[in-house]
Ligand binder design. Structure first.
Ligand code: COA
Ligand code: AMP
Length: 626
């Protein structure tokens, strides 16, 4: 057997031995004597008797262990013209002081802190400071509108919100102050204070009594030490889109998370401590949590925090410049970023202007990697380009080409093989295993390995209902696909109403809720349709209320504005069509999959359960015109 097969088999056959060995890479205040706690299925916990502090493992242990003057974080911000390096010592000192600020505001173990910030070092400091004192952070992506922030504030019930005064998009400065004010106004739960990082591109008006200035607080704060927490205590909650408008609060624990992420850096990404990783994402997404912040730091590597875009800041050579300037060994981003680079610079002219000889691997995830983009990137870079598949819930790769453990020949269209710890299965609707090559639901047999969500925030019931009840004993990923004769997985897409727009996960249900609130709309349906650049974009079909009249262009404009105002610009609603009726089954379910298929140019069979086939016939030309 090869190394991969050995390790994979051991991870499933002897999870205790496998993960206790992996746990030795982490500093524990109380080392665990057991790995898996399976005493309360379907809830599983990892390292139930271990205690540690994640911030200590990410910062202090490296300062004490000889990396104090090594770069921990390189902030590179073309949108503000700033490049700044933080050594492990500097990042530890800033974090310890901000932990003092939080403690001074009464934040303690288990309290929640919402972080609404762009890609600035202070956001990383705020996350790690929470970890330092055992508080639970919940980062909200800066591109979300106030309503989305409000929903998260209500669910997480934070004592404090930490925000920045603005984010910077290539064409505009996004003022966070008014967005935050609106969100707090909309939320039922009121945070005690908002700590505001004032940026000079747009300063926020501070509200007397509620708002406090980051720099003023830091000037007088005393550093505080790491507080040991149980391995099973929550480190963070990250909200992600489900099938309804209410996002799911994915919980991450401390111990399993630290162990799994550390293990992944060497075995999946093939990095050595001291090397540099550039993850082109945002700290508001799981990719940013895991591979901009936690994994590189837990591993003693250097992370690049890039406040910019793959194109337009200033050009399609941005990533190549970053690789050259920071000596990057591994780049990880979403396929959309590469589609954008390919569109602007198909011949790779920009690449030739930079020395990218340090770059060993390009990892891509977050959405389907189309074979054209894969081939283009592989031919351009002449290094391994590696698709890998995971999700917010898992927190780290589920299926990958494990470059550090045993490199596999890549197959275009496949993220490769199951990562040790993940018993990935393809199931038929009746729960029986699918044959090789047969499409089915992608599920993972329980228990999920360390690092994966133990539950949803304050909602065990929804955790079970959303993920564990469809196939008892298995976690339902929400994706469909098949496995080939070599054990390679092929992910065909979501089987639910979640869509992926430029690597951003969105719920069509949430968009439908916003559209349905328009006074002229009786009923609506949103589906994700193929888009050359963004992978998918949403399209809406609306039925007007009886007697309502609306100019189609005016209505489309109004609905697009509503979606932007209530969800955020990232929702990118492409088009709205007014239709006479929506195609439904006899039991009243809208035939979304059929609509999506026709819009994407496929020859979809008309389901036998359709209530009125003429509705679909009327819609076909509209769908194909999009
Ligand atoms: N704060 C505020 N607004 C934001 C934002 C943020 N953090 N991120 C995006 N937006 C806005 C954009 O400015 C844009 O607004 P506009 O319609 O007024 O121009 C809108 O949301 C749509 O943004 P986006 O989907 O990013 O499209 P784009 O055309 O601006 O850029 C790409 C396209 C491909 C360059 C961009 O999506 C990208 O860099 N993707 C990389 C993938 C990625 O990071 N995925 C994250 C998960 S791994
Ligand atoms: P998120 O939780 O935002 O990371 O989104 C996770 C979803 O993105 C998955 O459930 C998939 O639908 C999709 N996804 C992520 N990585 C891949 C990949 N490599 N190939 C295909 N789809 C992917």
């Amino acid at each position: 057997m090869g190394r991969y097969a050995d390790e994979y088999t051991r991870s499933l056959g002897d999870p205790d031995g496998f993960w206790l060995d992996a746990a030795r890479a982490i500093d524990w205040t109380t080392p665990p004597t057991r790995a898996l706690d399976d005493g309360n299925p379907p809830f599983y916990r990892w390292f139930p008797d271990g205690e540690l502090n994640t911030c200590h493992n990410a910062l202090d242990r490296h300062v004490d262990g000889g990396r104090a003057e090594q770069a921990a974080l390189r902030y590179d911000s073309p949108v503000t013209g700033t490049v700044r390096t933080y050594t492990y010592r500097e990042l530890r000192d800033e974090t310890a002081r901000f932990a003092g600020v939080l403690r001074g505001l009464g934040v303690g173990k288990g309290d929640r802190v919402v972080i609404y910030m762009p890609m600035v070092p202070e956001a990383v400091v705020a996350m790690l400071a929470c970890a330092r004192i055992g508080a639970v952070h919940s980062v909200v992506f800066g591109g979300f509108a106030p309503n989305e922030l409000a929903v998260r504030i209500d669910d997480a019930a934070p004592r404090i919100v930490v925000a920045a005064s603005c984010g910077i998009e290539p064409k505009r400065v996004v003022e966070y102050g008014p967005l935050l004010d609106r969100a707090v106004e909309l939320a039922e739960h009121k945070p005690e204070h908002c700590v505001m990082l004032q940026r000079k591109q747009a300063r926020a008006d501070l509200r007397e009594g509620r708002d406090l200035d980051w720099h003023e607080l830091m000037a007088s704060a005393e550093p505080v030490d790491c507080v040991p927490v149980a391995a099973t205590d929550p480190l963070y909650v990250l909200y992600t889109s489900g099938t309804t408008g209410k996002p799911k609060g994915v919980v991450r624990d401390n111990g399993g998370h630290a162990v799994a992420l550390h293990w992944s850096m060497g075995n999946v990404y093939g990095l050595a401590p001291g090397e540099t990783m550039l993850t082109g994402s945002d700290i508001g997404w799981v990719v940013g949590h895991s591979y901009i912040v936690y994994a590189p730091l837990l591993y003693g590597a250097t992370t690049v925090l890039y406040e910019g875009k793959p194109v337009g800041t200033p050009d399609a050579g941005a990533y190549w410049r970053l690789v050259a300037d920071h000596g990057v060994s591994v780049v990880f981003t979403a396929p959309t970023a590469f589609r954008a680079i390919k569109k602007e610079d198909p011949d790779g002219v920009h690449l030739k202007r930079h020395d990218v000889s340090s770059l060993r691997f390009l990892f891509l995830a977050g959405e389907r990697l189309d074979p054209e983009t894969y081939t283009w990137a592989a031919e351009l870079l002449r290094i391994p380009v590696l698709d890998h598949w995971w999700q917010t819930e898992s927190g780290w790769p589920m299926v990958a080409n494990l470059r550090g453990l045993e490199p596999m020949p890549p197959k275009p269209g496949s993220p490769s093989v199951s990562v040790p710890g993940y018993d990935v299965r393809i199931l038929r609707p009746d729960g029986s295993p699918a044959d090789i090559g047969e499409d089915g639901d992608i599920a993972v047999r329980l228990p999920l390995p360390p690092g994966c969500l133990p539950t949803l925030w304050d909602d065990d019931e929804r955790y079970v209902a959303s993920y564990l009840s469809r196939y008892p004993g298995h976690y339902l990923t929400g994706d469909g696909g098949h496995v080939d004769e070599d054990g390679y997985l092929f992910v065909m897409g979501r089987t639910d109403d979640v869509i992926n727009v430029a690597g951003h996960r969105l719920s069509t249900g949430a968009l439908e809720e916003v559209i349905a609130e328009h006074p002229a709309v009786a009923e609506c349906c949103v589906v994700g349709v193929h888009d050359e650049l963004k992978g998918q974009v949403p399209r809406a079909f609306v039925v007007l209320k009886a007697g309502a009249t609306a100019d189609a262009d005016v209505l489309q404009g109004e609905l697009m504005r509503r979606v932007r105002d209530e969800v955020g610009g990232i929702a990118s609603l492409r088009r709205v069509d007014v239709v006479r009726a929506l195609p439904k089954t006899r039991s009243g379910k809208i035939l979304r999959k059929t609509l999506r298929g026709i819009a994407d140019g496929r020859d979809e069979p008309v389901p036998s359960t359709i209530e009125d086939a003429t509705v679909l016939d009327d819609l076909k030309p509209i769908l194909r015109a999009g």
